[in-house]
Write a protein that binds this ligand. Structure first.
Ligand code: CU1
Ligand code: CU1
Ligand code: CU1
Ligand code: CU1
Length: 144
């Protein structure tokens, strides 16, 4: 919890230090929540894929491994693009956040299927759902 709070403060501080700060375009709380959720999702998806590889019965987990690796790179790209405020293109930002929500939804659904057998899948599915919600909320805010 303390770490999550520190991450949030760090993101907020860095966004504030941009000389051409334009976050008033969007609700900054939504921006920070999205970056945080993407960081967490990239982290858990990377670990979940690796944990799956270590399972004795790896064959039924192949789809979840692929989706977790896809979700991890998309979340990683998303947190970078959402972080950049200087001369951002809102259309691109919206598309990226939308793609991230799709990746998180598909990955979360697959990991959920294995949640009862593996704790790493349960945690990953949760992170994916949080990220999906955060990305959806930001995408919605960008439409108005
Ligand atoms: Cu993700
Ligand atoms: Cu996963
Ligand atoms: Cu995921
Ligand atoms: Cu996301």
């Amino acid at each position: 919890m303390a770490t999550a709070q520190r991450t949030e403060q760090l993101i907020r501080r860095m966004l504030d230090l941009n000389a051409r700060k334009r976050v008033q375009e969007v609700d900054e709380t939504l921006v920070i929540a999205c970056i945080e959720a993407c960081v967490e999702c990239a982290l858990t998806c990377t670990a979940c894929a690796d944990d799956s590889l270590a399972e004795p019965e790896v064959l039924p987990l192949i789809r979840s491994i692929t989706l977790c690796l896809d979700c991890a790179v998309i979340c990683e790209a998303t947190r970078q693009i959402v972080t950049r405020q200087t001369e951002r293109d809102v259309g691109l930002l919206r598309a990226q956040v939308g793609a991230c929500a799709v990746a998180c939804r598909i990955c979360g659904a697959e990991c959920e299927r294995h949640a009862a057998h593996h704790e790493h899948h349960r945690i990953c599915a949760e992170a994916c759902r949080r990220c999906e919600a955060a990305c959806d909320r930001l995408a919605e805010a960008l439409l108005t």
